[in-house]
Design a protein around this ligand. Structure first.
Ligand SMILES: Cc1ncc(COP(=O)(O)O)c(C=O)c1O
Length: 390
């Protein structure tokens, strides 16, 4: 038989799914996968039920229903301070991932160079690989995962076309500061680069960290594609609804691609999620307070059992180092082993650090814990960790 497409060669089942299988087999607690088991807010569910009853069952505009785009535009202008002019600059897609795919197909040719910050979110790396771009990695280091702008400038060549940033970050929890973004923009302008920014965790911030959108900086919007979505903020990863905001020439091509790839995002669910914008502002503060308590419990537990913990500034993950344990306990030689050990000895699943690094060795001593869990479940997981290693 003839071979399958070469672009699929490097694709393998992600570590996350493999570990999920393992922890399910022992009926343990999954702190690996970035899914949130909290309920979707009632008004959103009621809106979708009503839309189904009302027969909103046909294709929508490829960029999404007008009501939803108008609401996203308003939020983008007020919360993100992005100077999008009208709802033609908003495109609803099948998750922010759908919008990311449209963005990279609209922007990038095979052999263009793209800069990714490491540790990275695996879907970004793998999707960019599929397009065939040449990836350049710029490392960030704990405890604060600061950006090394000299290293960044050294990574830029005449073939560099774009950078991808994620703020707040998965897996590190780093929140890019305004000063970081200003420095980034100066380099983008100097070297004529685009940016794709993934801001899916934009409402999850700790210790007074502020979410700043790159596209809100003067001169940035024209070269920036901003991605966000509903999966994380409203606990609805399976609804597959996200969006992009970008200037006209870019968003127009992205819309055509969105049409080609997906035709549109699920119609009744678009009506449902439009209700999110009618919810009280207190929704965000209550969510933040809840995540803050979970972050504290997770990080304190990990410190108590001997991890080195860089407390996240945003999002709902902690990428913690078990290097101290590697020298004192069996089963902690590297991330894959440690992740299996934790499932076997504590019944807790995590993601091995090498999944987030180009050179697996750099992720050798890291595990990622996701604390987007109901509090009693997280408390139970922490009890199990303390019982096993406390
Ligand atoms: C950084 C980042 N971007 C995007 C996604 C997926 O978002 P969506 O459900 O909107 O496709 C995730 C999910 O884990 C993520 O961590």
């Amino acid at each position: 038989m003839k071979p399958l497409a070469r672009r699929t060669d490097a694709l393998a089942q992600s570590d996350i799914r493999a570990i999920t299988k393992m922890v399910n087999a022992v009926q343990g607690i999954n702190l690996g996968q970035g899914i949130c088991d909290l309920p979707t807010p009632e008004p959103i569910k009621a809106g979708a039920r009503q839309a189904i009853a009302d027969n909103h069952s046909i294709y929508t505009n490829y960029a999404g229903i007008r009501r939803l785009r108008a609401a996203i535009l308003e939020k983008t202008r007020s919360y993100n301070k992005i100077p999008a002019a009208n709802d033609e600059e908003v495109m609803v897609s099948v998750g922010s991932t759908g919008a990311f795919v449209a963005a990279i197909f609209a922007l990038l040719e095979p052999d263009d160079e793209v800069i990714l910050f490491e540790p990275f979110y695996g879907y970004h790396r793998n999707l960019l690989d599929i397009v065939g771009v040449d990836l350049k990695y710029v490392s960030t280091q704990p405890p604060d995962w600061a950006i090394d702008f000299d290293a960044l400038e050294r990574a830029i060549t005449p073939k560099t076309k774009a950078l991808v940033i994620t703020t707040p970050n998965n897996p590190t929890g780093k929140v890019w500061t305004r000063a970081d973004l200003e420095q980034l923009l100066a380099l983008m302008q100097k070297h004529d680069l685009f940016a794709i920014t993934d801001e899916i965790y934009e409402y999850m911030l700790y210790d007074g960290h502020e979410h700043v959108s790159l596209a809100s900086l003067p001169g940035a919007y024209e070269r920036t594609i901003t991605l966000s979505g509903f999966s994380k903020t409203y606990n609805m990863t399976g609804w597959r609804l996200g969006y992009a905001v970008a200037p006209p020439p870019v968003i127009e091509k992205m819309g055509l691609l969105n049409d080609l790839f997906y035709i549109c995002a699920p119609a009744p669910l678009q009506y449902g999620v439009a209700e999110a914008f009618e919810m009280a502002e207190t929704y965000f503060t209550e969510m933040m307070d809840a995540y803050n308590a979970k972050r504290q419990l997770m990080c304190e537990t990990l410190e108590r059992i001997g991890f080195d913990v860089a407390w996240p500034q945003g999002a709902y993950y902690v990428l913690a180092s078990f290097e101290p344990l590697a020298h004192t306990r069996p089963g902690f030689d590297d991330a894959a082993t440690a992740s299996r050990t934790l499932v076997q000895q504590a019944g807790v699943a995590t993601v091995p650090g090498h999944s987030f690094f180009q050179e697996p060795e750099r992720g050798r001593y890291f595990l990622r814990f996701c604390y987007a869990k109901e509090m009693p479940v997280l408390e139970q997981a922490c009890r199990q960790l303390v019982e096993a290693y406390g």
